[in-house]
Write a protein that binds this ligand. Structure first.
Ligand code: HEC
Length: 252
């Protein structure tokens, strides 16, 4: 009797599931200005990405991995009389990987075309800003890649995977250099890394960082670097192969 009941319950469930809008687990969260949501743009854009990749995007997420705003990040597009910017997490997590895949998609020909195809009353609303790769190509670093490499392995490699050589060494939750390199704003992140948490507690950029508060001395010998050494790091990182964000993701 019991078994029959269970079986029929299972059959009912099986019939019901595909039809019901069961909340699918979101791949990552996105926040955006109300104006974008009200325009209908996201309802137009996001399914194009989700259909292709199977990655769902949650719009009302608490700690979104992607933020579109009118304030900061890399320039994404203009429209509605404003410029919209994109910020993407560097977190080395499955959600972080999916978020960066979305950012890379937005910056691809297909993503840009999708942005431009959105229309209200037959008129194009947003113009994608084709900066990202073009701006990257324009950046020339004049430091020494070899010295930057040596410095990075010696000083950053205790936490970050810098390259194949210390692949097994970095701290799991810390983004690898190749993941960071694949972000559209990698250059901004590296040139200001000393001011970004957790580095202010351990790094002093000569002539730039404020002295440590004597009341809170750093736990370890601080890492000192000069502007020339920072330029070396940027030169080294600019030549790194970015992580391939287009590859299928393996879920754990
Ligand atoms: C003690 C460990 C540690 C060391 C040493 C360290 N980092 Fe980091 N770094 C981190 C962690 C942890 C994060 C991730 C922070 C986060 O996502 O909130 C990070 C993030 C970054 C980021 C991304 C910052 C951002 O806001 O997106 C850059 C760039 C970076 N590190 C560069 C470096 C460089 C260059 C060195 C060596 C000169 C270095 N780090 C040394 C722990 C470290």
């Amino acid at each position: 009797m019991m078994r029959t009941f269970r079986n029929s319950a299972l059959i009912i469930l099986a019939c019901w599931l595909p039809v019901a809008a069961a909340p699918q687990e979101a791949g990552f969260g996105l926040s955006s200005p109300a104006a974008l949501q009200e325009s209908g743009f996201l309802r137009f854009l996001l399914p194009r990405f989700s259909l292709k990749t199977g990655i769902q995007i949650a719009l009302q997420a608490e700690n979104p991995e992607v933020i579109i705003s009118t304030e900061s990040g890399v320039r994404l597009m203009g429209g509605l009389g404003q410029v919209f910017y994109l910020q993407t997490t560097a977190a080395d997590t499955p959600r972080g990987h999916k978020a960066r895949r979305f950012a890379a998609w937005l910056d691809s020909d297909i993503g840009r075309r999708a942005i431009a195809q959105f229309k209200i009353d037959g008129a194009q609303v947003f113009t994608p800003i084709e900066t990202l790769q073009a701006a990257e190509a324009a950046i020339i670093f004049r430091g020494s890649a070899a010295q930057g490499e040596r410095f990075s392995f010696a000083n950053c490699g205790r936490c970050h995977v810098v390259g194949d050589r210390n692949r097994m060494k970095g701290i799991g939750s810390t983004p690898s250099f190749s993941v960071l390199r694949s972000l559209p704003d990698w250059e901004e992140r590296f040139s200001t890394f000393y001011a970004r948490i957790p580095h202010p507690a351990l790094v002093q950029l000569e002539g730039v960082s404020p002295p440590f508060d004597p009341a809170f001395p750093p736990a370890n010998q601080p890492l000192r670097l000069t502007l020339d050494q920072l330029e070396d790091i940027l030169t080294f990182v600019s030549a790194l192969a970015p992580a391939d964000l287009g590859a299928p993701l393996v879920e754990h």
